[in-house]
Ligand binder design. Structure first.
Ligand code: SAM
Length: 331
């Protein structure tokens, strides 16, 4: 199996593919002020094009693919695309990040299509607050979706929560306690100053992972799970006798660029080596001009090679992500 490396000695084996910029929620901290620009349909990569990128990425050394968005389950025929990806034997981990709105009805089919596991974004367990944050009164539906995903074996299930001061920080303890009774990994993710509200109010809303951890430690002694620390952004711990784990993702305060192993593909066919660097490499153009798999592979290798050493978001003069929003890039 070939290995894909960057210039900073990191192995790149993970591709996050945003397959749509449409979403069925309007999370306050995710949508930009000027509404939600929708990419013209013609700009969005077709499944055949996405598959060609996936195949080339796998040939270059990628073994993990995650579908994201926007809301990936909103894209028509997403199951068919999952089945296509599952035919690539080199992919050892095919996963999906979702808000869970459509999970109850789709979980069994996703599992049958070859998806191994799901991450579900959930910032609160209080129904009215869920509606306030996301614009939709759908907490019960999401919880049923998570349960269904667990029932059909889309596991381990990871629940991603972005704690925000004065919005949902009073639920950090409750979220962590949830792991005592459910076998899910509850992960706390620092709010990033991406654009719109999240950027404008960042100073006021931001809670560092160190502060989150202090709150979680009031429940009981945390046992750190060291072996999971090696790859990926989260450090994991467990409360005594808990069924699930707790993950801490300090995207900003202790950024984990040193171990970053990922590339991103935007819904309109641009490769990004870093979520927070504006550099994008167009792969849609070459795809539509009939580029061979080898050429696509070279483009992917060049993107990996140009991966910056680290993001600079926590520096005072950091720029927002210009012209892009999380829905198009995929978070
Ligand atoms: N619709 C899917 C979902 O809700 O999981 C996938 C796309 S969503 C953009 C991916 C993740 O980005 C979500 O977990 C969301 O919480 C996170 N996200 C969006 N804006 C963020 C911000 N400013 N800081 C931290 N996380 C953010």
């Amino acid at each position: 199996m070939p290995k894909l490396h960057d210039q900073h000695n990191r192995t790149i084996d993970y591709l996050r593919m945003s397959i749509t910029d449409h979403c069925n929620l309007k999370c306050q901290y995710c949508v930009p002020f000027d509404g939600r620009p929708k990419l013209p349909m013609a700009d969005i990569l077709t499944y055949e094009e996405l598959f060609a990128v996936a195949r080339a990425a796998v040939a270059a050394g990628v073994t993990k693919i995650r579908l994201t968005g926007g809301e990936p389950l909103m894209r028509k025929n997403v199951l068919e695309f999952c089945r296509m990806l599952a035919t690539l034997p080199e992919i050892t981990d095919l996963a999906l990040t979702t808000n869970g709105i459509l999970l109850e009805s789709m979980a069994a089919d996703l599992k049958a299509a070859g998806v191994k596991r799901v991450n579900v974004s959930l910032d609160t367990l209080v129904p009215g607050r869920y509606a306030a944050i996301t614009g939709k009164d759908a907490l019960e539906r999401v919880l049923r979706g998570i349960q269904k995903a667990a029932d059909v074996g889309l596991t381990p299930i990871k629940i991603n929560m972005v704690p925000m001061r004065g919005i949902n920080d009073d639920e950090i303890v409750a979220m962590a306690r949830w792991t005592l009774t459910v076998p899910y990994d509850v992960r706390f993710i620092e709010l990033m100053p991406t654009s719109g509200w999240a950027r404008q109010k960042h100073d006021r809303l931001f809670i560092s992972i160190d502060d989150v951890q202090k709150q979680v430690e009031t429940i009981g002694d945390l046992e750190t799970i060291a072996h999971i620390h090696t790859r990926g952004p989260a450090t994991y711990a467990r409360l005594p006798n808990a069924r699930g784990r707790i993950g801490f993702i300090a995207a900003l305060s202790h950024h984990f660029c040193k171990t970053c192993n990922r590339l991103r593909l935007t819904a309109d066919g641009k490769l990004r080596a870093c979520l927070f660097a504006d550099e994008e490499i167009d792969i849609r153009g070459p795809l539509r001009q009939g580029a061979s798999q080898e050429t696509l592979q070279h483009i992917i290798q060049a993107t990996a090679a140009a991966k910056p050493k680290g993001h600079t978001l926590n520096e005072a003069d950091a720029k927002p992500i210009s012209g892009r929003i999380m829905q198009a890039i995929g978070g």
